[in-house]
Design a binder for this molecule. Structure first.
Ligand code: URA
Length: 162
């Protein structure tokens, strides 16, 4: 289902488990996870204090992008998880997660290059919350420009949390 503090003020949502994640049952433990850990630490956000999960629960064959019906099949689980944690901020990482979280909270579609690092207020069943889109850490591993943007956005998120 994911990993972290059930009383976390922020839930990070990735796309899908990769092979290492599927093997271990833990989200973001491969190379993208190592970068996420570094980014969290740099922004003084501790991995154990936040909650990290994915849009879909299993690794799609060949590590392809999850299909619409797969996302739909897992959507109820994700919503239930969010309702249990009731975060103040949801941070979808990457296109799949941004698309799905935007749809879940009736936000108008936006391209990642425009919406990343921008706080959007939405109404959730547990109150008014913020959706804060981020680039996916995997996209920033070999791209210095995206890495810089992701670092800045993570600082922005930390500032939002106060
Ligand atoms: N990429 C994701 O989107 N999720 C993970 O858990 C690992 C890599």
């Amino acid at each position: 289902m994911g990993e972290g503090a059930l009383d976390s003020r922020v839930v990070f949502v990735g796309e899908a488990p990769g092979r290492r994640e599927d093997d271990t049952g833990r989200p973001f433990v491969g190379s993208a996870g190592k970068l996420l850990d570094r980014l969290l630490a740099k922004a003084k956000l501790n991995r154990v204090d936040v909650f990290i999960t994915n849009v879909v629960r299993c690794r799609p064959p060949g590590n392809r992008r999850p299909k619409r019906e797969e996302v739909k099949a897992c959507s109820g689980h994700l919503m239930k998880l969010l309702e249990i944690i009731q975060p103040e901020v949801i941070a979808p990482m990457g296109n799949s997660a941004i698309e799905h979280i935007f749809e879940m909270f009736s936000l108008e579609e936006g391209v990642i290059g425009d919406v990343h690092g921008k706080a959007c207020r939405v109404g959730a069943a547990w109150g008014s919350i913020t959706v804060y889109p981020l680039y996916h850490p995997a996209a920033a591993i070999y791209n210095q420009k995206l890495l810089g943007e992701l670092e800045m956005d993570m600082e922005g998120l930390a500032a939002l949390l106060g």
